[in-house]
Structures are given as C-alpha cells and as structure tokens.
Ligand binder design. Structure first.
Ligand code: ADP
Length: 647
C-alpha cells in the first residue's frame, strides 16, 4: 500500500511490474459526476464510451459487478454481460495472478469504506492478450450520503506505454545524449548514451548528480545557467565539457533544453539533448587563432589586403591596400573605391586572365602589375594574389605587396652594374695605356720613362684594388661575414694619421684638424680607417670648387665625435634620407657621372659605425657643403697590456 495523500484517497500498487509508474493523480470531482450522469441518463454517451479505449464498471457495495460499458479489447460482448453478477475480483482479468486479485480485493475494501482508490495494473483480456490500464475506484453516494455503488473507471494505457517505449528506444538510438528533468529542474532521466559516456547510473545522475562529470572550469557557468533557465523558463543552451568515463578526457558538448508546457502555459517538464561538438570546437579554436593572426596581419599593414568583387568594387580593405590604390577610408565606406579603374589599360588583360583563373580554380597565381593611384596618379608596382571567398560567389580576397622598394633596388642594381663596369674600365684603360708606353720605352731603352710609367700603374692598381675591396665588403656585409679585429685605439692619434695620409694624396684641398677627443676606443683599425678615408675622400671629391675640409674632434662623457665638414656641392634634401643605402649615388644616380663612385662607401661606413654602437649623421644643404658627424662610444678604462696601441 502506498502512502495516503488524503484521508479518502488511496493508491494500490504496483500491481504487475516495476515498469509501470505509480502516479497519484488527484481525482476529479467533475469526472465522477459526469460518469454518473451519462451512465444513468444518456445512451448516446454510452455508445461513445464503447468505442473508446476506456470503460466503466459499476460494482455494488459487495464488490459484485452490476453493470459495465463495452471496451473494444478488454471487455467486448459477450464478455460484458458475462461478468455481470460476478465478484469483481474473480473476473478473468486478474485470473493470471493471485497477488493482483488480492490487491483488487484490498482496493475494493478501501472504496467500500469511502476512499477513492487509484490502480495501475495489467489485465488479461478475453482474447488472451494483456493490456495496461489505469483505473480509479470511486465510491458513489446516495442522497442519504450512504455508499450506493462503486464506480470502477479505467483507461487503456497500452498504446501510450508502447509509444513511450518506442520513444525511449528512439531516444536511446539517437546519436545525442538525451535528458529529461522535472519542472523544478530535478533531472530524472538520461538516455543510455548519456550513461555510457559518463559511466554514471540513472540513480547517480538524478537531481544535480549529473554535474559531477562537468569540467571544473565549466561547472559554475553551466549550473548557473541551468538555475536561471529553471527560474525563468527560458530555453537552456550551454557549451560545456563532459568527462568520458573510458578515456577520462573531456569533450566539448552543446547542451540544450526546452521546457514542455501544459495547456495553461505552465512548465511540466524539461527535455534536452547534449550534442558532441568537440571537433567543431577544436576547428573553431584553430580558426579563431588563425583569424586573430589574420586580423593582426590585416591591421599590421605589412601587406595590402582587400575584400573585393570581380567587377572592380573594393568592399573592405586595410590601410596598406588603400594607400596603394590611392583611396581614403571615407571613399571606401562610401563604396567609391575601385581596383579596375585604377589599373592602367595595358594591365587590364593581366587582370582578366587572373579573374578567369580565379573563377576556374578558386585562386590565382601571384602576378606583377601596376596601379595608377586614384588620388595622385603615381604608378605603384605591385605583386598581387587572390582567392575566391566561396565557390559561386563573385567576391575575392586579394593580397597586394607594394613592390616599389624592390623595383627601386632592382633599378639601382642595374645602374650599379653599368656604373661599376664603367668605374672598373677606367683604371683598366689607364693601365693598358701605361703598359703600352712601358713597352714602347723598353724597346727604346729609355728606362727613366719606364720607371715613371710603372709608378703610375701602381696608382691605377690601387684604384682597382679599392673598387674590388668595396665590392667584396658589400657582399660580406650582406652575407654576415664582415669581420672585425678590435684593438684599443687612441682616437686623436688615429684620426690625425688618416688625415695626414689623405693630405698627401691631394693638392687641391687643405685638411684642417681642430680639437681633440683625448679618448680611446676599441675598434678595428682597418675598418675605422675605411670610414674616415671614405668621408674625407667624399669631402674632397664633392667640393671641387672649394679648397678646405675641416675636421673637428670633440667628446662628451661617453662619446667621441668626429665631424668632417666640406664646402662643396651638398646633398639635396630628398636624397639625404636614403644616402646610406647601398648603391645609392644620391643626385648622381640621375645625372651624368661627373663624379666617379659606386655608391658603396657610405653604406659600408654606416655598417661599421653601427657595429660599434655609434651613429653617422649628416647635415647638408645643396650648394653649401656637407657635414658628416660620426659618434663613437668611448672606452674609459685603462688599456691593458695585451692590447696593441695604434700610436
Ligand atoms: P660614391 O661616392 O662612391 O658614390 P658613397 O657611398 O661614398 O659613394 O656616397 C654615396 C652618395 O652620397 C654619393 O654618390 C653622393 O651623391 C653623396 N655624397 C656622399 N658624400 C658627399 C659629400 N661630401 N658631398 C656631397 N655628396 C656626397
């Protein structure tokens, strides 16, 4: 006997097996009255009752069947008549089980004593099949409040149970984990997959037990969200990690739950699924990482990136792209930026070819073209590659790299080759001529002349050697093989010696030395002398109208400064910024080569001074001369014995 929820209501069961749920439904007063009415007064209702899977059996106060409606399976004629007059406990429905008969007897007993009794049971039908029924025995009162009869009303729940079983099978066959909860959030069901995955039993998952398999990092978020959904009735949706019993690893799942409402809109239950999204989640994480990288690349402006369509419209672009095609951000936002109109006519065919390739294969082989900038008409050489966003779409993402620096370097290299051959040819031609004279004079035995010609060949050989050494130095710097052999140098003595040597080679200029650093520095004698020789040579070379070069030595606490000032042609401002780049000949890259040179000296000097942590700066005005200032860090410590001095 189950617990007794009210003084006149009882539930008898379980009567046949544990699969039947024992739900105590509050009896409906109207129901009882209705049955009473239609049974006595309305034959039409009775006909209806016979066609539904429900029935009513009237018992007298002794438990004897007085009347019954017809039930298509459970109680079809002639059985309906056959049971009349029989004790209800003895009808064939319960003949298969004495225990059930005993319970029916108890139930009738309660009813006879004024209680409404609920029974879930299984009956044996006349056809030999079993049916599940839900029944209520209601005592009927007469006008004197005495029990006149008992009404046994029942509902055939066989189909409902089968449907439930089918649904349960379906739920178990689903690839998702499925759960159900009461309106108050008490989890009372999880399908087999859920149990298999977590290794928990149905008993263990109940109420909040399921949360034990949540990842600790997801626990609070998930349980808070679930509480909130129970409170507000909003659908539950959360991404969470659940532990797999077999691997002891966590996998990502998307848990979803929908409230089931009754006709009054009240939540009666929650049904939910838990779908494995582990692979998507990993992919998403990978994509997010790439997106972050991509976004960084997008905003870094190292490379121009644009979302465009094949018809010429630029939809989205970073600043680097806009700079290349010459549109402003505002113009882009107004939809005015175009890539096709900024392409000169002679490059259109290349674009068309690329678009054909994009449409056929989804990507295009990177190719070089130029843009004519929309704002100032400047030609910008670029390298362009692209890929269609999706198959069938007309949008593409394209990457462009401004090739101007590379093109300029290429141009400079070409110029350099032509200048270098010229520079190398000049001393060679002089050598050839001198050797011709030597030969000629040897023939005539005029040895004094021969000696003077041979001495002059020395100068040309030195020029050639210097040129070749510079070339070698540049290639060593590029390959990282530029070596230094350091020693302690007395800067003043060192600079003075270079000036003296230079003075001997020039008859046109006076080199004046001012001041002193009174400092030592650690450096490679040969490399540092390359720097100052080049600066002095340039000062003389690029001031043909002047006759003086001033060299000033000063120092601060940690730095020595060597300033070389000439009064020559100067360096126009536009060439100053890049003058230390290799092959850069400043204004002479454009003009006739009035001054010999390869544009390597300043590059090498800059590299050497940089190596010692110093700087080399210039101040110049075209027509008024140039001042180069070299700064070098000073070594203040007393020189140690094993370091050679350059006195
Ligand atoms: P080079 O003198 O062989 O061309 P450098 O690298 O020494 O190579 O100099 C690079 C360029 O810098 C020169 O071609 C010249 O245009 C400019 N330049 C260097 N020094 C001076 C200077 N003192 N006065 C004017 N122009 C200079």
């Amino acid at each position: 006997m189950q617990n007794n929820p009210s003084h006149n209501e009882r539930f008898v069961g379980p009567l046949w097996n544990e699969h039947i749920k024992h739900i105590l439904i509050p009896p409906s007063q109207e129901n009882t009255l209705l049955l009473d009415t239609f049974l006595r007064n309305d034959p039409l209702w009775q006909n209806h009752a016979e066609s539904v899977y429900a029935g009513i059996i009237i018992l007298d106060t002794q438990g004897i069947v007085v009347d019954s409606t017809c039930h298509p399976v459970a109680l079809s004629p002639p059985w309906t008549d056959e049971i009349i007059g029989k004790p209800f406990v003895q009808i064939s429905w319960w003949s298969y089980d004495l225990l059930i008969q005993q319970r029916i007897r108890t139930a009738i007993d309660y009813a006879i004593h004024g209680q409404i009794v609920r029974i879930d049971t299984r009956i044996l039908c006349p056809s030999g099949s079993f049916r599940d029924i839900k029944a209520t025995i209601t005592p009927q009162l007469d006008i004197f409040n005495n029990i006149s009869c008992l009404i046994y009303s029942y509902l055939d729940t066989t189909e409902k149970r089968r449907t439930e079983e089918d649904i349960r099978m379906l739920i178990n066959a689903m690839p998702q984990l499925v759960w159900m909860a009461r309106a108050d959030g008490y989890i009372n069901y999880a399908n087999q997959r859920w149990l298999n995955y977590t290794g928990m039993t149905l008993g263990e998952i109940q109420d909040w037990g399921w949360s034990a398999c949540l990842h600790p990092d997801d626990f609070e978020r998930t349980t808070n969200e679930w509480r909130e959904c129970i409170r507000t009735g909003k659908p539950f949706e959360v991404e969470q990690r659940l532990r797999n019993i077999h691997t002891q690893n966590y996998r990502w799942f998307l848990a979803r739950g929908e409230p089931v409402r009754n006709t009054h809109g009240e939540i009666v239950q929650w049904i939910g699924t838990v779908t494995d999204i582990h692979e998507q989640k990993l992919l998403e994480t990978a994509l997010r990482t790439s997106y972050v990288r991509f976004k960084r690349l997008f905003t870094s402006n190292i490379i121009g990136i644009a979302l465009a369509d094949i018809h010429g419209r630029v939809i989205e672009a970073n600043q680097a792209y806009l700079d290349i095609i010459g549109y402003s951000q505002a113009e882009l936002e107004e939809g005015l930026a175009r890539w096709n109109t900024t392409t000169p006519d002679e490059y259109r065919s290349l674009d068309e070819k690329a678009i054909r390739e994009l449409l056929e294969t989804g990507t295009c082989t990177p190719f070089e073209k130029v843009y004519r900038r929309h704002n100032d008409g400047r030609i910008v050489p670029v390298l362009l590659g692209g890929a269609m966003m999706e198959k069938g779409s007309d949008q593409l993402i394209c990457f462009i790299m401004d090739m101007t620096p590379q093109k300029e370097l290429e141009k400079k290299k070409d110029e350099f080759i032509s200048i270098a051959s010229h520079e190398l040819k000049t001393p060679l031609a002089a050598l050839k001529m001198l050797l011709h004279f030597v030969k000629k004079h040897l023939k005539h035995h005029s040895y004094d002349k021969v000696e003077s010609y041979l001495m002059r060949t020395d100068i040309q050989v030195a020029v050639l050697t210097d040129l070749i050494n510079d070339l070698l130095d540049v290639s060593k710097i590029r390959m990282g093989r530029f070596s230094y052999i350091d020693e302690m140098l007395d800067l003043d003595v060192f600079v003075r010696r270079i000036i003296d040597e230079m003075q001997e080679t020039t008859t046109t200029h006076n080199l004046h030395l001012h001041g002193a650093t009174s400092m030592h520095t650690l450096g490679d004698k040969h490399r540092l002398s390359q720097v100052f020789t080049n600066l002095l040579t340039n000062a003389i070379k690029y001031s043909p109208q002047a006759n003086t070069v001033d060299i000033t030595l000063t120092s601060s606490e940690h730095t020595a400064f060597i300033q070389i000032r000439d009064y020559g042609i100067g360096i126009p401002e536009e060439f100053q910024a890049n003058i230390f780049e290799r092959f850069n000949r400043g204004s002479f890259s454009k003009e006739e080569h009035i001054f010999p040179g390869l544009g390597m000296g300043l590059y090498i000097a800059h590299e050497i001074i940089n190596h010692y942590g110093g700087t080399i700066k210039l101040k110049s005005e075209a027509g008024y001369g140039t001042t180069f200032t070299v700064s070098l860090p000073i070594i203040r410590t007393t020189p140690v014995n094993n370091i050679a001095y350059a006195h």
